[in-house]
Design a protein around this ligand. Structure first.
Ligand SMILES: Cc1cc2nc3c(=O)[nH]c(=O)nc-3n(C[C@H](O)[C@H](O)[C@H](O)COP(=O)(O)OP(=O)(O)OC[C@H]3O[C@@H](n4cnc5c(N)ncnc54)[C@H](O)[C@@H]3O)c2cc1C
Ligand SMILES: NC(=O)c1ccc[n+]([C@@H]2O[C@H](COP(=O)([O-])OP(=O)(O)OC[C@H]3O[C@@H](n4cnc5c(N)ncnc54)[C@H](O)[C@@H]3O)[C@@H](O)[C@H]2O)c1
Length: 421
């Protein structure tokens, strides 16, 4: 074999066995690409249970849902890319089990694939709403491209759309629904949208944004039941007895990491698959990346699991280099994500645990929706979010990485360049 020697360890490893990647989405496709970019010339098998070749999910709640982004734009690579790079792509194929001792994965159809090294990019799955009536037609979740197609079909002018959960899915779908002319009610269990991610100060900006666009936002509510005739949903009944009529209900109440395979195989799982800084799991020949990985982060000195696009884009490069035996492959990027809702575009860089900050500093005017918010603890910037302000993520990232104490007045002053703080 030319290229990097993958140097297998453990029983059953073999130089002629391929590297197997389970999960053919953004993370899996980027891992296959990174293996080839690193010069690895051995076999690469990318297995995914979806029938679509790897695609990106962010457009599914934004441009694609609105009909503005055409379908061919969502894919990670063109169809011929896989053959051109000698990647064996097995779509419509679920992996049912992993045998770490035998270095084998078993497919749902009973086939088997041996591996030298295994990378798990199995992502996450939406949490289901655990109330009576939730299995009726018209109750919609959003993870896959056909989910987005179903929601798009429901977003007709005048349609009554009830969204359960004011997280990223809920708010982006609410914005697309309003832009499509639908009547929208959002039902959220907590007192504000995105509360656990953004905290009270900045969450309020998103509440105001959606109210200003005519969304009926209801906070602190408990969904008791979805009403209907047993076949098709007709509304949402709350614990206080109120019923909100609905032509369709979109549920976005969070995800669970798809770590069942790993857990059944005896790998260490705790809020996702636990990995070290090289994205190696508790089995030395198995790695994990993307939504499913709860990875040790050297800067934060703890394990973190990030459910965002940039993490699924970048972690696989580190995992690929690490499993090829490159000792300097360490994942220490600072989390980054973005969202677009109506005419608000934002980027967030940093990491803050819920209640993990003691102060929020605004640079610019939150009411005008053109500002940067900084979350601080002990005078150090933990994260920053730019809203309708652009080209500032690099200096914000640098502030977060440096861990230096900054002057809050200077931080709030748009005349002070961020790079000089
Ligand atoms: C609608 C939507 C919009 C989003 N918008 C944004 C955004 O604007 N910004 C942002 O930062 N993030 C966004 N995200 C989050 C981002 O898309 C995810 O973080 C990213 O998709 C994670 O990629 P992944 O490759 O780790 O996992 P996934 O995308 O979840 O892919 C995992 C794949 O593995 C497959 N799989 C799982 N188990 C098996 C098995 N046993 N056998 C075979 N295959 C298996 C799954 O079918 C799936 O195809 C959005 C997510 C959604 C759903
Ligand atoms: N722009 C982005 O970064 C983006 C966009 C879309 C999706 N995503 C990702 O997709 C995944 C799913 O998003 P999501 O919005 O479902 O999850 P989320 O965790 O962002 O938000 C879930 C929301 O639902 C609420 N909730 C939970 N149970 C509830 C209940 N029974 N009734 C009412 N509200 C309830 C929570 O309080 C929370 O506000 C996440 O990983 C998210 O990061 C990211």
């Amino acid at each position: 074999m030319a290229g990097t020697d993958i140097g297998t360890t453990g029983a059953g490893g073999g130089q002629d066995r391929p590297i197997v990647i389970v999960g053919a989405s953004l993370g899996g496709a980027k891992a296959a690409e990174a293996l080839r970019e690193a010069g690895y010339e051995g076999g690469v098998v990318l297995i995914g249970e979806e029938h679509e070749r790897p695609y990106e999910r962010p457009p599914l709640s934004k441009g694609y849902l609105l009909g503005k982004t055409p379908r061919e734009k969502i894919y990670v690579h063109p169809p011929q890319w896989y053959a051109e790079h000698d990647i064996t792509l097995r779509l419509g194929t679920a992996v049912a089990a992993i045998d770490p001792a035998g270095h084998t994965v078993t497919l749902a159809d009973d086939g088997r694939v041996e591996y030298a090294k295994l990378l798990l990019t199995t992502g996450s799955v939406p949490r289901r709403l655990p109330v009576p009536g939730a299995d009726q037609d018209g109750v919609l979740y959003l993870r896959r491209v056909d989910d987005s197609d179903r929601i798009k079909a429901a977003l007709r002018p005048g349609a009554r759309i009830v969204v359960i959960g004011a997280g990223w899915i809920g708010l982006e779908v609410a914005a697309a629904a309003r832009e499509s002319g639908a009547e929208v009610t959002v039902l959220e269990a907590l007192e504000l949208p995105l509360l656990r991610v953004l905290g009270r100060e900045v969450a309020q900006v998103f509440a105001d944004l959606h109210r200003d666009h005519g969304v009926d936002l209801r906070f602190g509510v408990k969904v008791a039941e979805l009403t209907g005739d047993g076949t098709t949903v007709s509304g949402v009944k709350l614990a206080d007895g109120t019923t909100v009529a609905a032509d369709a209900v979109v549920v976005g109440i969070g995800i669970a990491p798809a770590a069942g395979l790993a857990e059944a195989a005896g790998l260490e799982v705790d809020n996702g698959i636990k990995t070290d800084r090289q994205l190696r799991t508790s089995d030395p020949d198995v790695y994990a990346a993307g939504d499913v990985a709860n990875a040790y982060h050297p800067l934060f000195d703890r394990h973190i699991r990030v459910e965002h696009w940039a993490n699924a884009l970048n972690q696989p490069q580190t995992a690929a280099r690490a499993l090829l035996g490159q000792p300097d492959a360490v994942y220490d990027r600072i989390p980054y994500f973005f969202s677009d809702q109506y005419d608000l575009g934002m980027e967030y860089v940093g990491y803050v645990e819920p209640d993990g900050y003691d102060r929020v500093v605004f640079r610019g005017d939150p009411a005008a929706r053109e500002f940067i918010a900084f979350w601080l603890s002990g005078g150090r910037v933990l994260a920053g979010m730019n809203v309708n302000v652009w080209d500032v993520t690099d200096p914000i990232r640098e502030l977060v990485r440096s861990g230096r104490v900054v002057d809050a007045d200077a931080l709030a002053d748009p005349k002070v360049p961020l790079g000089e703080l």
